[in-house]
Design a binder for this molecule. Structure first.
Ligand code: C2E
Ligand code: CA
Ligand code: CA
Ligand code: CA
Length: 281
């Protein structure tokens, strides 16, 4: 009846008010987090899927060691940071921290095949007018080989401004930085982006990798790998959890894989240990 409708509206409005308050609170805490060094990076290993599965790189994944709520995952705060205008600052921190970690990883590995580090860049961060300049400064200060850094962006970036995206990608690739199209297959008209944007790598989303037992899904993945091969793109299969998924992706021609089968996102210390052990084997 009428009364309960009104009641629902009142409680809906109250809930909305709560949400707004919660988000405002979260943003305030996030600003403090930057100052108080509560943010940290985890590193998930990426392996070559060939005959000898060697460690080729890591993806940096952000975490927030919240003073009362414990370790938070990106889904708990990155969307708020994007909406609230904090993603630029956080992204800067991520890049700076990732570059200094990369330096330490390289010092642990004196061999020729040094691992690369892949860093996620949010659309709003990538499209900031000074993004390329900031990146250039950070790379120069860190004094590391540009080719050891990969930037992962999703096609949502291209959706906002394709021309600008192509220009920025082209520029940073000239320096030698690698570019990767993340979450491939989950967005809109991916194929045209692939053709028009300068990427080195394509990451097949875990939703495909994990449903490979489905025949139709398998044929989509086969088509993606075929296109990638034609465009001379390197393919990383995400979310590999089982030996079977690994073998299927390898047989289909994906060059690299990432997922719980190989290792979960881990602390820098564990990443260094993994790297040293990989050198011995
Ligand atoms: P993503 O870039 O697709 O990262 C991969 C996500 O898949 C990670 O979640 C990782 O922990 C998870 N994952 C890896 N292997 C497996 C597996 O075998 N099975 C399953 N079920 N999951 C797996 P995480 O760390 O929670 O990150 C979530 C998302 O947050 C990332 O998705 C990325 O879009 C975003 N993100 C993470 N770090 C950053 C950052 O520094 N900056 C920005 N802008 N976004 C970030
Ligand atoms: Ca997660
Ligand atoms: Ca990613
Ligand atoms: Ca991804």
């Amino acid at each position: 009846g009428k009364l309960s409708d009104t009641g629902q509206i009142v409680s809906f409005t109250a809930q909305l008010g709560n949400k707004v308050r919660q988000r405002r609170q979260l943003l305030m805490e996030l600003r403090d987090a930057l100052k108080n060094e509560e943010l940290l990076l985890y590193y998930q290993p990426i392996f070559a899927l060939g005959e000898c599965q060697s460690l080729v790189g890591f993806e940096a994944l952000i975490r927030w060691n919240h003073p009362s709520r414990g370790l938070l995952e990106p889904q708990d705060f990155i969307p708020a940071a994007e909406d609230g205008g904090l993603i630029g600052q956080i992204g800067d921190w991520v890049l700076e921290e990732a570059l200094s970690a990369l330096k330490r990883l390289h010092q642990a590995n004196e061999s020729v095949d040094r691992p690369y580090l892949s860093v996620n860049i949010a659309a709003a961060q990538f499209l900031q007018p000074n993004f390329a300049k900031r990146l250039y400064q950070l790379m120069r200060d860190a004094d590391i080989e540009c080719s050891a850094l990969t930037l992962e962006i999703t096609e949502s970036v291209a959706l906002v401004d394709t021309v600008r995206t192509a220009a920025v990608l082209g520029l940073i690739r000239q320096w030698g930085v690698r570019t990767s199209l993340d979450d491939f297959g989950t967005g809109y008209s991916s194929l045209s982006y692939l053709k028009n944007l300068p990427f080195d790598t394509l990451k097949i989303d875990k939703s495909f990798v994990q449903t490979m037992s489905d025949r139709r899904c398998r044929s989509i993945v086969r088509a993606i790998l075929d296109i990638a091969d034609n465009l001379e793109l390197n393919v990383v299969a995400e979310g590999i959890e089982t030996a079977e998924q690994c073998e299927t992706m390898r047989l289909m021609g994906a060059q690299s894989g990432q997922g719980y089968l190989f290792g979960r996102p881990m602390s820098e210390k564990s990443a260094l240990t993994l790297l040293k052990n990989d050198l011995l084997s």
